[in-house]
Write a protein that binds this ligand. Structure first.
Ligand code: PLP
Length: 367
């Protein structure tokens, strides 16, 4: 395999730097201080600092992909007599509904459709009407479409009605500035392999400590017990309950150093935005249309309508781009025929220029 493999224009796993990959060339001991104190505890502390300067937050790392942490939060934070309102406008909101159903968690779904922005006045109405709701869960950037959901508007409602607020910021944390304390978020979920540009293997939760403490003994699962995982990390200074993804953790520590070198979340956000703007401008010049209006868009991933041509096949287009070193993503929207291009990871505007040239030469249906 060549040292420079193709560029992943996908929302995780994504293209990581050579130095992040090289950080994995070391076998750590899971009970040694170098690993637990210097690496795991430092990561936990840095994650909280990225999320807020407020004092009452803590973080928990959890083995698995992002969905494992979403399931751990839903299964640990929502008690037997509680009920969660799940706001959904895509595959990841729908996944939370599926998790709640499977775990027997009382829930109400507000599904506004994949291409619509959740309506705060409708959420207000539901909260007013159904007083048994205790928690609100929603996705920040819905990766299905690239839509940025109104987490600040819903934060106000969560506060006004006194609800526990859970945000799946999987594909946005580290790439879009936010402050969990200002947004009154009780549980924020993200993972190593998205905007923080690490490799896959674990997810994490940034939680308001006194809410996390209430999760003791509530989990519906042994390995996805958020409280037990946190307790172990607190009591044993960074020790994971079960086998720790040691190499992934070393890569992540390096990825956090590189985020700081880049200039932090603001600088990364600026780069992603430049990537996304260059992508959309260039694709429009080639005749493609975006699924969403610009005002609804995140700088993370963009969905484009498939060309209306009888010879168009996503698989053919995909292979032609891959042969030129770019991997894109199929669509996930159920009602429209789309494909998606991500621009997070070790991706720069010059890569987007290269991609646009590749797209132009891959437009076989125009020839
Ligand atoms: C990536 C992602 C997840 C988690 O997906 P995994 O495949 O389990 O990593 C959850 N929510 C959102 C919004 C995502 O983008």
């Amino acid at each position: 395999m060549s040292s420079r493999n193709y560029l992943l224009l996908t929302p995780g796993p994504l293209t990581t730097s050579r130095t992040v990959k090289e950080a994995m060339l070391f076998d750590s001991c899971t009970w040694d201080e170098d690993y637990n104190l210097d690496t795991v505890q430092a990561i936990r502390q840095q994650l909280v600092s990225l999320a807020t300067q407020a004092e009452d937050y803590t973080s928990v790392l959890l083995q698995g992909s992002g969905s494992y942490a979403v399931e751990a939060v839903l299964g640990s934070a929502i008690g037997e007599t509680d009920k969660v309102l799940i706001v959904s406008n895509g595959a990841y909101g729908a996944r939370m509904i599926e998790m709640a159903s499977l775990m027997g968690i009382a829930h109400r779904a507000y599904d506004c459709g994949e291409i619509n922005r959740p309506d705060a006045s409708e959420i207000d109405r539901i909260l007013d009407e159904d007083r048994s709701i205790t928690h609100i869960a929603m996705v920040h950037c819905e990766t299905t479409t690239g839509m940025l959901n109104p987490i600040a508007e819903v934060a106000e409602l969560a506060q006004r009605y006194g609800k526990i607020y859970i945000v799946d910021a999987m594909s946005s944390f580290g790439g879009i500035p936010l402050d969990v304390a200002a947004l009154k978020i009780d549980f924020l979920i993200s993972s190593a392999n998205k905007c923080l540009q690490g490799v896959p293997g674990f997810a994490f939760v940034i939680a308001r400590q006194h809410e996390l403490e209430k999760c003791k003994g509530r989990s519906r699962s042994l390995s996805l017990d958020l409280y037990a995982q946190w307790r172990c990390m607190e009591d044993h200074q960074g020790k994971w309950r079960f086998t720790s993804p040691t190499h992934t953790v070393l890569a992540f520590a390096q990825a956090l150093r590189e985020l700081a070198e880049e200039g932090g979340v603001e600088a990364r956000y600026a780069r992603y935005r430049s990537n996304q703007r260059a992508l959309v401008t260039g694709m429009r010049m080639l005749g493609f249309e975006t699924l969403l209006d610009d005002t609804l868009h995140s700088p993370i991933i963009t969905a484009f309508y498939s060309p209306q041509d009888p010879t168009w096949r996503f698989a053919d287009f995909y292979q032609r781009l891959k042969a030129q070193g770019f991997v894109i993503y199929p669509g996930k929207v159920s009602k429209s025929d789309c494909f998606r291009i991500g621009n997070i990871g070790e991706v720069y505007p010059s890569d987007i220029t290269g991609l646009l040239a590749a797209v132009e030469s891959a437009m076989y249906w125009k020839k």
